[in-house]
Design a protein around this ligand. Structure first.
Ligand code: DGP
Length: 112
């Protein structure tokens, strides 16, 4: 989608610190990190939110990609959190489906 900032990152049209890409996915560091490791995982094809993701295979690939990012950034063994904010009450601000991979510190529960 031409106006979508994450589509532009996926296309390489605006810069981002990409940590992994391939198989229709891109992972890059969040501009406003909430943990020592904070990486966003997106499908390169535009989907507005989790509500728009009808293909379970794409969701499975996204989750596996997030797990691999956690392994490759070194946070997997101590632990990490994967978050999908969805629509305004879920705290979503960028309307291109993305998974947050957060690690490098102990997480709290419940989330805010
Ligand atoms: P959410 O609130 O779940 O929609 O998270 C959107 C995240 O995207 C937020 O943590 C900040 C991040 N973000 C917004 N714009 C940019 C950008 O241009 N580059 C990068 N790397 N991250 C961005």
């Amino acid at each position: 989608m031409s106006s979508c900032i994450f589509c532009k990152i996926a296309a390489g049209e605006i810069p981002a610190q990409v940590v992994k890409k391939g198989d229709g996915m891109v992972a890059f560091r969040d501009l406003n990190p909430q943990a020592p490791t904070h990486v966003l995982v997106i499908p390169t094809t535009h989907l507005g939110s989790l509500n728009d993701a009808k293909d379970a295979a794409v969701l499975g690939k996204l989750m596996a990609f997030a797990r691999d990012v956690a392994l490759e950034t070194g946070v997997a063994s101590k632990g990490y959190r994967v978050v999908v904010n969805t629509n305004p009450d879920g705290g979503q601000t960028v309307f291109h489906l993305h998974l947050h991979v957060l690690g490098g510190r102990a997480m709290k529960w419940p989330p805010g």
